[in-house]
Design a protein around this ligand. Sequence first.
Ligand code: BGO
Length: 748
Amino acid sequence: MKFALAGNPNSGKTTLFNALTGSTAHVGNWPGVTIDKRTGVYRKAAERPEIIDLPGIYSLSPYSPEEIVSRNFLLDEKPDCIINIIDATNLERNLYLTTQLLELDIPIVAALNMTDVTDKNGDRIDVAQLEKALGIPVVKISALKGSGIDGLMERSVKAARSSRAGASVLGGSLSALLEETAELYRREKVGSPLFHAVKLIENDGPEVGKYPKIAERIRPKRDAADTGIFEGDFEGYIADARYKRIAAELQSVLKKAEKNAALTRSDKIDRVLTHKIWGIPIFLAIMLAVFHITFSEDFLFLGVFFGEGSFDSAIFGADAINSPGVILFNLMELFTSWLGGLIGGGLPEGTWYAGLVNDGLLGGVFAVLSFMPQILVLFLFLSVLEDSGYMARVAFIMDRAFRRFGLSGKAFMPLIMCFGCGVPGIMATRTLENEKERTRTIFLAPFFSCGAKLPIWAAFAGAFAYYKGINAELTVFSMYVLGIAIAIISAFFLKNTVIKGETPPFIMELPAYRLPQLKNTALHLWQKLKNYVVRAGTIIAGATVVIWALTSLDFSFRLVEDGGDSMMGLISRFFTWIFVPLGFGMGENGWKFVVATFTGLLAKEVVVATMGIFAGMDGDEALELEDGAGNPLWLMLIGVGGVLGGLDVSVPAMFAFMAFNLLSVPCMAAVAAARGEFKSGKGHWLGKAIIYWIATAYIVALAVFWLGTLFVASWWLGLLVFLALTAAIVLAVRFRIFGKIAGIFKRS
Ligand code: BGO
């Protein structure tokens, strides 16, 4: 047996799907979380029906990719039963889809979801009356609380055993025409004739294209039925008829509780959090606070109360107290060092296999694993922010502020997902109906710092804090803000040049704030943890072995003393000069950063793994660079920090390195996802996107290095040049220079 879950976005399909199948699919409070259909099995029934979670849709018109997926599935695969999820808090809008589903020749059961909310509000829904009006079984459930689900499935199995002919709520002057058209379909032996008849009368593109003869026969009769009110717009006419019928039925079905006129708690919170002026500063402050808890080495800035050397604890801090994230990082470091010693300690020093295990495999994989606790702490907060309903507000705030730059709130949703991982984020762009906006959004996706880039920021933040006294959370924060800022500038640039087009309107229901669900958050973190460990044990472990070999052996496969003479060392010299203008390609260690940048294309965690390998190889030499740096906890940071200590690569160059890795080509998986998404649209965008990412990364890193160097030399000179550059860009925009450049680009 095959059961399809169909309903509006946010009606609770995924929650019900998870409850039925025991899956852990992502539940989110914005449209587009389910972009493809998902399947699972309901094991409690003897029939073990297969459950198919279709993407959320408002209608069966083929306007968006979700609607096409759902419509094709229902028509072609003919499930044994449709479970139509209806959000009981929003009956009128949800029933619009129901009236269309009813026209199919498929058994349907309506699952009246979110009844925990309607019950709490005191709304009364007459289920028996609704059953009568729709002519199908209706079951009250709460997918979130798990109530009514067994009853729903019993009725669905029963419904699936019988057959059902489509029925339409459309009556009046249309019914004769509908019946005549349906009859033509019946003669052609087409299933669900009523559904097809309605679509044909609506002048639905694919329907007319598929059945041109019937369309031809019906056209004069349809035109004759035009009352003139809708001027030939039969789709509008039918939509209006559906809503009128729903409104009439609802009068006897729904008794809403007297509304409290006062503002709800959510409204009051929103007055502050989505404030016109303060909305964005509050968002930035929240993010900064999250980074502080995750990365700060001076938690709550308590360090001002302590004298130098008050404590002597590498785990909890020396002159201040470490944040929870850093404490966990340090504990993890201790553990990995201990484990590393246990595994690799017994191997004879100087042998190739000791180098491979200690410097390569353990150095690389443990460097990445050390950051796992901090990543989990950060994701804990991001998950809480999302689950409380705040992230939906961020899209709303961003839409208001940046729509005129070409970045709408709807595009911002998939981009927020990119904070976790670019692959689902890029795939979620399918929810954008406007192809131009979709293409632009995929171009921006890598600029949103994903979880795999976090270890890079964390490693540098730690090294900067330790060696240069630079605030760690500000270092990480700067990368996130830089990414968002470049995305906004890029959206504006692309909208006015290469991918011209309007920004479609954004309409979204903001859900009421709620306390984050422990189960959701735990699940989120568990998936992150699993994913991280699996990646460290597979792709990253594999990559470290190859990178170790390439950086330790020469072309005759002999171990080299100096990594610069290795295969990678020699090859990378061909490319290093490209990065000299960006600062991090300079000096004797520059090639290492270039190697890390290239290896990061595989997966961004590999950047840090590569640093870890170099740290292992240079360990002893780096240890001598800094006083008191003999603690093994800092070994990883010394890989980066030793270079800083050596002063042949400067702090601005390191920021340029981070900026380049933030903005340039994302990992292979994200490129493949972008390729897949570009493919479904028109135009060959992948090559252009790759060039765009590299060019953006290069230009921004160049600016970061040179402006940073100027700032370090003389802050006022740096500021002056920065302002002059900004003014030049504003003038270029004012006089449409970008458009002219794009014109040249296109002509060539
Ligand atoms: C958020 N009762 C209640 N109260 N809520 C429910 C029920 C129910 O029976 N069923 C689902 N929800 P999806 P689609 C959320 O995510 O399954 C909630 O699109 C939030 N998240 O928990 O994703 C469910 O698959 C922050 O709510 O629907 C989810 O159809 C604040 O309905 C939403 C408030 O469920 C959509 C809600 C970050």
